[in-house]
Ligand binder design. Structure first.
Ligand code: ADP
Length: 490
């Protein structure tokens, strides 16, 4: 099968969070399975081109219909760990992808709408006949709409679309003019059963468009799939999921075990696995040295996260204080796009600057993230909602015990040491339900208590987590089953 993954992110060349890991990991596993896979991405100025091989231009002047005219787009080709990648570089006066970052621009909707149209125009012009277009999140929600409204009639009639939802917190609400800009008819599409936004009827909702027009829709964990159909986590789209329930499912993400593996990770000071777990001590020491923490008999509690409302930032701040007051050390690595949240964490960093048990690193740092997973003892994830969450799975692979709120993919992957119904060998962390300081403390204090009082039992929890198979092997098979089914439907 010929599968094209279209996304705003792909690790490690353009990653802001888990979406980047998803695209890279799934593409690589599908390639291992013998499928023909391509990844299509914007050509950001922040693209880490050193990770690419044989980057070269394949088209100097793709003419993309846009805004009643044509906008010229350069197209590049390269390989990323064996996978063919195509990059789109619009020659727009506004410099659509020349902004020094992936997201967060006021014209994000226009930037990604252009990208969607450019992808389809390129596929048509290059005479590609993909079996599957696998689109992701609101940025690519227009692709199935454009495919069925415009490109099918131009000959692209064998391609089917699988659409993955990684976060309903971002739906891409846009004005009707934007639809016109990409060549769609706003009057036809701004209907309740098409793109009309359930929150504001004058606007179009690109995520909704993707859901309505795709042949199959999934989200990234079974629990989140249930939550968005049946609770307010659906963020206004619950009725839509009911209507489209026949083509909707939940598939838990994997993690790429060629990258996230403490036994062969070049960023881990001394490799370790289940059988050589004591070697983790060297990583713990290296982490303390690098971040200026004192050496002491205390667990290191980590947070590696976007600092966003969704991730439970107020509870994170509380958790940091609880940990420091209870014989523990804290390491946080996080970035905040929201200036209010950024200021709160800058203040917390200031307060804890002279504390030898605490280091807050405010920024994005892939290398430090690896060392934190390798050196930490616990990871704290108090999310309000969590479509899948990768950090708990990565952490477990590195012998780190997760302390999480029971939502979305966290509920599907973390099983409480004391209260889970799983057999003991499948219990791997600590879980709380209530979205409150008391709720968080009920889990975090049990974890810290166990580390101090029963180290052997704590070690067993680490081992239980490390033994889980979180690889892409099973999820990729599930996607392949879906693709095959779609490819045979007319
Ligand atoms: P989300 O996609 O919602 O941000 P996930 O848990 O699915 O959250 O994925 C987060 C990914 O981003 C993980 O690979 C994590 O290690 C990485 N990450 C998050 N914040 C940072 C940061 N500040 N520096 C480096 N890596 C980060």
């Amino acid at each position: 099968m010929h599968i094209i993954l279209v996304s705003a992110e792909c690790a490690p060349v353009a990653k802001a969070g888990g979406l980047g890991d998803f695209v890279q990991g799934l593409a690589r596993e599908l390639t291992h399975c013998g499928e023909t896979v391509e990844i299509m991405l914007p050509y950001y100025d922040v693209l880490r081109t050193t990770e690419l091989h044989d980057l070269h231009e394949i088209c100097a002047d793709l003419r993309v219909p846009f805004n009643q005219h044509h906008l010229t787009c350069r197209v590049f080709n390269a390989t990323l760990t064996g996978v063919n990648c195509v990059f789109f570089d619009p020659q727009s006066p506004q410099g659509f992808f020349q902004r020094g970052r992936i997201y967060g621009e006021t014209d994000d909707a226009e930037r990604f709408a252009f990208f969607a149209r450019a992808v389809l125009e390129f596929i048509l012009n290059s005479k590609r006949q993909p079996d599957i277009l696998h689109c992701n999140d609101w940025h690519t929600g227009l692709i199935p709409v454009l495919l069925y409204e415009i490109y099918q009639a131009l000959g692209m009639n064998r391609t089917r679309v699988c659409y993955s939802l990684h976060n309903l917190g971002y739906q891409g609400q846009v004005s009707a003019e934007l639809l016109q800009q990409v060549g769609l008819e706003p009057r036809r599409l701004l209907q309740a059963d098409r793109l009309c936004d359930p929150h504001d009827g004058r606007q179009a909702n690109l995520l909704k468009g993707g859901i309505v027009y795709s042949n199959f829709v999934n989200t990234v964990s079974p629990r989140y799939a249930w939550e968005i159909q049946h609770t307010e986590q659906g963020m206004g789209l619950q009725p839509l999921f009911k209507t489209h329930a026949h083509k909707f499912g939940g598939i838990l993400n994997g993690i790429d075990d060629a990258i996230w593996n403490p036994d062969c990770d070049p960023l881990v000071p001394q490799p370790f696995n289940i059988n050589t777990l004591p070697h983790k001590a060297l990583s713990r020491q290296a982490l303390r040295t690098q971040l200026g923490l004192q050496t002491d008999s205390k667990p290191i509690i980590a947070i590696v996260s976007r600092l966003d409302h969704q991730k439970g930032v107020a509870l994170m701040a509380h958790g940091i204080r609880t940990a420091l007051a209870n014989n523990s050390q804290v390491v946080l690595l996080g970035t905040a796009l929201d200036p209010v949240i950024a200021a709160q964490f800058a203040q917390l960093k200031q307060e804890t600057l002279s504390n030898p048990d605490c280091h807050l690193e405010l920024g994005y740092n892939e290398q430090l993230a690896h060392l934190i997973y390798a050196g930490a003892d616990m990871i704290l994830i108090p999310s309000l909602y969590e479509p899948c969450g990768l950090t708990q799975m990565i952490a477990m692979k590195y012998g780190v015990v997760p302390v999480v709120r029971r939502v979305g993919g966290l509920a599907d992957t973390v099983f409480d040491a004391n209260y889970s119904e799983q057999p003991f060998e499948l219990r791997n962390g600590y879980v709380f339900d209530e979205l409150s300081a008391a709720g968080l403390d009920s889990a975090l204090l049990r974890a810290i208590g166990l580390w101090h009082a029963y180290p052997e039992y704590f070690r067993q929890l680490r081992v239980n987590g490390m033994a889980y198979d979180f690889s892409w092997r099973q999820p990729a098979q599930r996607y392949l089953d879906i693709y095959r089914q779609l490819a045979t439907t007319v």
